[in-house]
Design a protein around this ligand. Structure first.
Ligand code: HT7
Ligand code: ZN
Length: 860
């Protein structure tokens, strides 16, 4: 395989300051004429003009208006020999958007034409130096049949438009901001807009439009609110103003990812735009808000300052995830948002960091860049920059980002540029901190505490290790900022937080004034993305779960209490007495949380959540996933019985709260279904009645989906009735039917695997729509009981999917390899079955580069 190395970066030989693109749009045969003004790059190697292509045929090549023959194909690339330093190169190609099932480049989605160019889709449209360090001003002319494509959109500002006698019309768009090809976009189709307006901090009016299919316009209000709030927030918090007269968003049903930040023309998966109470859950509302903000924030962190090469992806993605997390925290409950973000990190990124696909946030090599849009680059990347905010404090961090934007505006920058700007602007020394960009793996921090009663001193002794990862057997110590508090056992209070910054493999820190050993609260707010092994007894954890004044630490204590108990149970280290004692401690802490009137329900909803099976499995190596599942379910059932009246009372109380988007109503909805979950584990018959009542009474999707989720896991007649009703009621809403697939694939039902097999044959299932594929198979792969079926049938099902999907959409197919790739950390019988499926995939005669890379790394 061809392996691209970060160290091999060379500046481009030619630059393209301006490009004119002419599209004669047609679903089956779109003609593209690209006219490139090219200039030799003084910093380049003096070589020929290399124009990347992917499956393209050049129908004509001309230079400075004359047919040109000094060009040759080098694989998929077109290489033009050019004398001198500046020319105009014109190339004609024809592409078939309908045949484009990969959804990269120009493709058709339900009669609509749209593009996805990141990372390397532009080369599927026309020949071009398709690399992010070639920035061009784009002028785009779109011509199409007016009846079929009444709306014609591209980046930037509309310049002119007109109609012809033959039923076609045309529009010219110009984007004054130089941009890399991955930010190019066009959309053509029958769409209608919801419009609004935003006045920027310098008083400029910006027209805002969200384009959707007719019928969906009633569900765009939340996205528009989120957009306006994002524009306002970025001005206030980062001093960033929007820079065009128009901001367009288009929602499409067929999309490989969540959304795309194309300059002035964001294209979204409908899933992250459309929301109303009847069809979208509270989590969906949050998803819309977060993704709208994320894409908007890219206008500065990604577009105005872009990436020099794809190894720098975390420069824009890590920073933009941090920005969207900060925004969402400011819109609602900051502690709850932090807990949610850490949960995502632990369930998605920690397993990636401990598996065969582990890579630093700035990778050193890749075969297919699409495989590096990962939780590591995005979420760990955000955590790394968040640590800079912890080290610098908000004001100094802002000085650092101001300097970064000022220094690199209009440039294609590197992660190193970002770190240097933060160093200079915030006045930090980040020399050793840079290891976070170089080393993969989740650092493990072991803490010991000694107390000297005579002197009243407490000593914390730290040891850090970074585990070996592929290609990185030996690691150096990291800079790890740990917000820490020491609680006095007598008063239940602490005397102020300390920021402990680890930098060595082993270090001690001493604190005075403790007559007795304090209770340790560490990594408060999850100030560093590490795993901590601290001396916290069950009593300490119960204390922190009930009293810590840092909301995250309180959640963490509750999680730790359960993790310690379940890991011991799975590893067979609990006798009957210790099992009872462990359960009693958890039950006591949970009961106190349910009774704590000072807590709001949104936070209570976090505190009562059991750690997920993926996170639990991370603590045990090798792990038997069936035992994790069984022990977690048994604890849930015990808690359901032990606190039965509290759960019933909670369900009744929350049921009485009317629908609203305020925090109290959202909290009530969250807890209502959690109460059902515990009751279902303890008393399925009673829970089924309550779930059915909740389903029947639901006036919103959060309650309806919650009730259906619980029913789906139970073997009761109400299950099938509710599923049938749900399908019939929402048959014409694709996003809701996705939920119908997911709920069944992710359910606790003992025959979930059979259900998935049957659902794959359902008339509504298709491999060509990524949302539908993910709805069924990602939910299944994340359902440990079904995926890890003892006979390996779950693994075979995912391997079958990968093989069937790969020729249609290799990018999406490759996403399903990771669940099989975790075989090394699974008990030997299942590990062999998983590996066998990876070998079966590897033996296929033709695989996409995407799947080939993930499978070969998973087998290594
Ligand atoms: N920057 C966008 C990345 C993206 C993408 C990557 C690979 C394949 C398809 C894709 N669609 C969008 C999304 C973002 O992070 O904002
Ligand atoms: Zn992004």
């Amino acid at each position: 395989p061809v392996v691209i190395q970060r160290a091999d970066y060379r500046p481009p030989a030619w630059l393209v300051p301006d490009i004119a693109l002419d599209f004669l749009l047609d679903l089956a045969a779109t003609q593209v004429t690209a006219t490139l003004d090219v200039e030799r790059n003084a910093a380049g190697d003096g070589g020929p003009l290399r124009l990347n292509g992917d499956g393209l045929v050049a129908q004509s090549v001309s230079v400075d208006g004359e047919p040109h023959s000094a060009w040759a194909m080098d694989g998929d690339d077109l290489v033009v020999e050019l004398p001198g330093d500046a020319h105009q190169v014109t190339i004609e190609t024809t592409i078939d958007p309908t045949a484009n099932t990969q959804l990269s480049g120009l493709y058709a989605s339900g009669g609509l034409l749209c593009t996805q160019c990141e990372a390397e889709g532009f080369r599927r449209i026309t020949f071009f130096p398709d690399r992010p360090d070639v920035l061009s001003r784009y002028t785009v002319t779109l011509t199409a049949d007016k009846a079929a494509f009444p709306v014609l959109l591209s980046n930037g500002n509309p310049m002119d438009s007109g109609e012809e006698d033959d039923g076609t019309h045309w529009a010219i768009w110009h984007d004054p901001w130089p941009k890399p090809s991955y930010l190019f976009a066009l959309v053509a189709g029958d769409l209608i807009a919801t419009r609004d307006r935003f006045t920027t901090m310098s008083g400029r009016d910006v027209d805002l439009a969200i384009w959707v299919r007719a019928g969906d316009e009633t569900r765009t209000a939340h996205a528009m609110r989120a957009l306006i709030a994002s524009m306002d927030w970025d001005e206030k918090v980062y001093g960033r103003e929007y820079d065009l007269d128009l901001f367009n968003i288009v929602a499409v049903s067929d999309f490989n990812a969540g959304a795309m930040e194309n300059k002035g023309l964001n294209i979204f998966n409908t899933r992250y735009i459309l929301a109303d109470p009847e069809t979208a859950t509270d989590a969906d509302y949050d998803g819309v808000e977060g993704v709208v903000a994320h894409e908007y924030f890219h206008n500065w962190s990604g577009n105005r300052v872009t990436c020099r090469d794809w190894f720098q992806l975390s420069l824009k993605e890590g920073f933009t995830v941090l920005r969207d997390q900060q925004f969402s925290a400011d819109q609602g409950s900051a502690p709850v948002k932090r807990i949610e973000d850490v949960r995502v990190l632990r369930s998605a990124q920690f397993p990636e960091d401990s598996g065969p696909l582990a890579h630093p946030i700035r990778p050193d090599s890749y075969q297919e860049i699409s495989n590096f849009y990962t939780a590591t680059v995005y979420n760990k990347g955000a955590e790394v920059i968040r640590m800079m905010t912890v080290l610098a404090g908000p004001e100094r961090f802002r000085a650092g980002t101001d300097l970064y934007f000022e220094r690199h505006d209009g440039e294609a920058a590197t992660c190193e540029d970002f770190v240097t700007a933060i160093e200079d602007g915030a006045g930090l020394d980040l020399k050793q901190f840079r290891r976070w960009y170089e080393q993969a793996g989740t650092p493990q921090v072991d803490v010991g505490m000694t107390h000297d009663a005579a002197s009243g001193t407490v000593t914390l002794a730290f040891k850090q290790t970074v585990p070996p990862t592929p290609g990185q057997p030996v690691k150096q110590p990291m800079v790890i900022p740990l917000r820490t508090a020491l609680f006095d056992r007598a008063t239940g209070r602490h005397g102020g937080e300390h920021l402990i910054v680890l930098a060595d493999a082993a270090q001690t820190f001493t604190f005075d004034g403790f007559a007795e050993a304090p209770v340790l609260s560490i990594n408060r707010g999850f100030s560093a993305p590490v795993a901590i092994n601290a001396p916290q007894s069950v009593e300490d954890l119960v204390f922190l779960a009930g009293h810590d004044d840092d909301a995250f630490a309180r959640y963490e204590a509750m999680q730790q209490l359960v993790v310690q108990h379940l890991v011991a149970a799975v590893e067979g280290r609990l006798d009957d007495a210790s099992r009872e004692a462990g359960r009693a401690a958890i039950g006591g802490a949970l009961g106190a949380i349910l009774a704590d009137t000072a807590l709001d329900d949104l936070m209570r909803g976090e505190l009562v959540m059991l750690p997920g099976e993926a996170y639990l499995a991370e603590q045990i190596n090798p792990v038997d996933p069936a035992r994790v599942h069984a022990e977690r379910e048994a604890l849930k059932a015990w808690l359901g019985r032990e606190l039965g009246d509290a759960w019933r009372g909670l369900h009744d109380r929350c049921t009485a709260v009317p629908y609203g988007l305020d925090a109290a109503a959202r909290g009530a909805r969250k807890l209502k279904t959690q109460a059902l979950v515990y009751l279902a584990a303890a008393d399925p018959v009673e829970a089924a009645q309550r779930a059915k009542a909740q389903y029947d009474a639901a006036d919103n999707m959060t309650d309806r989906q919650g009730a259906l989720m619980v029913l789906c896991g139970l073997d009761v007649p109400a299950r099938d009735d509710a599923l049938a009703h749900f399908h019939a009621r929402f048959a014409d809403n694709r996003l809701v039917i996705d939920k119908w697939f997911s709920l069944q694939a992710g359910s606790l039902h003992p025959r979930a695997l059979d259900h998935v097999r049957a659902l794959a044959q359902h008339a509504d299932f298709t491999l060509t729509n990524p949302n539908r594929v993910r709805a069924l198979y990602m939910a299944f792969a994340a359902n440990p009981q079904a995926f890890h079926a003892a006979d390996g049938a779950g693994y075979a099902l995912i391997a079958d999917l990968i093989l069937a999907l790969d020729p249609i959409n290799g990018n999406v197919a490759a996403r399903f390899v990771a669940p099989l790739g975790r075989w090394r950390r699974i008990e030997p019988v299942r590990a062999a079955l998983m590996r066998a499926q990876l070998e079966r995939i590897a033996a296929a005669p033709r695989l996409s580069r995407d799947v080939r890379e993930q499978v070969s790394k998973s087998l290594d």
